[in-house]
Design a protein around this ligand. Structure first.
Ligand SMILES: [Zn+2]
Length: 278
């Protein structure tokens, strides 16, 4: 919800995606990086090398599109949304976009009949909300989009129940989190060195979604053309570190990203089953 890795002021552009200054800086970048691999951004159609990301605790290769500022997760999510658009009529749907990414917000605003943005504490959104207690009526939305949010939320089961509640019966929720661990590890508290994460999710994290939704389809980087560079290229064998003492090492330096698409109700409603047993 806040302080996500790539949610900083670099997203968006003073000169716009097709501005003259941006074109000049793209040309300079391509010259400087001419020996680096070339990719194609599915969002803005930029073709060429992507930028690295580096801060005190992270070093990720070939991640950022220099034109639209997308990272691999945005590109993967864009491709998944394009697939969903084949079977869903976005022009007749209401979307709630939590912690909106500027590069995707400008697309979704145009695609959906109703578009609302929300965040816990960011300005410039339609609603300031806590995902665990949203002020919306049941079945208010057809699609809820909350990327890299739940790893910041304690009591995430409350947030998941709320997301399901505000979705209509045929609603869809896209709830990607960074997969940072061989299995999910809960932290004793938010880690300021990890943008406030309260856990390191593993692939088993999506089992929590299956308790709330009838269907969870998990798309991955492997489902699309590698020309779009949809992998997180980061050495994760170095964990745990002093800044991330609870993270476990992961093998390799090229990690797929994932987009779980949740829909429907589980065949057995766990809460009601519990009521009956009780
Ligand atoms: Zn781009």
């Amino acid at each position: 919800m806040r302080g996500n890795r790539h949610g900083g002021p670099g997203e968006g552009s003073l000169t716009g995606p097709h501005g003259v200054l941006r074109r000049i800086s793209e040309g300079t970048l391509k010259l400087a990086l001419r020996r680096r691999p070339r990719f194609q951004c599915p969002i803005c159609d930029y073709r060429g090398p992507f930028k690295h990301y580096r801060d005190a605790h992270h070093w990720i290769r070939d991640t950022r599109c220099p034109r639209c500022a997308s990272y691999e997760r945005h590109r993967l999510q864009f491709l998944v949304m394009r697939e969903l658009g084949q079977t869903h009529d976005f022009a007749n749907m209401a979307m709630l976009h939590v912690a909106p990414e500027p590069v995707l917000k400008i697309l979704f605003e145009r695609q959906f009949a109703v578009y609302h943005s929300a965040d816990l504490d960011r300005r410039g959104v339609d609603y300031r909300v806590d995902l665990r207690a949203m002020p919306f009526a049941d079945a208010s939305y057809d699609l809820v989009y909350a990327s890299h949010v739940l790893e910041h939320v304690k009591q995430d089961e409350r947030a998941l129940a709320e997301i399901r509640r505000v979705l209509g019966p045929s609603g869809v929720a896209l709830l990607p989190v960074p997969i940072l661990s061989p299995h999910t590890i809960e932290y004793p508290g938010p880690n300021a060195h990890e943008f406030g994460h309260v856990r390191a999710p593993g692939l088993d994290y999506f089992e929590r979604y299956r308790k709330v939704f009838g269907s969870v389809r998990v798309w991955s980087s492997r489902d699309f053309d590698p020309i779009h560079q949809l992998y997180t290229q980061e050495d994760r064998s170095r964990f745990p570190t002093r800044a991330s003492p609870h993270r476990l090492p992961m093998l390799g330096e090229c990690h797929p990203d994932y987009v779980p698409v949740c829909s429907g109700r589980p065949s057995i409603d766990i809460a009601r089953a519990g009521e009956r047993v009780g």
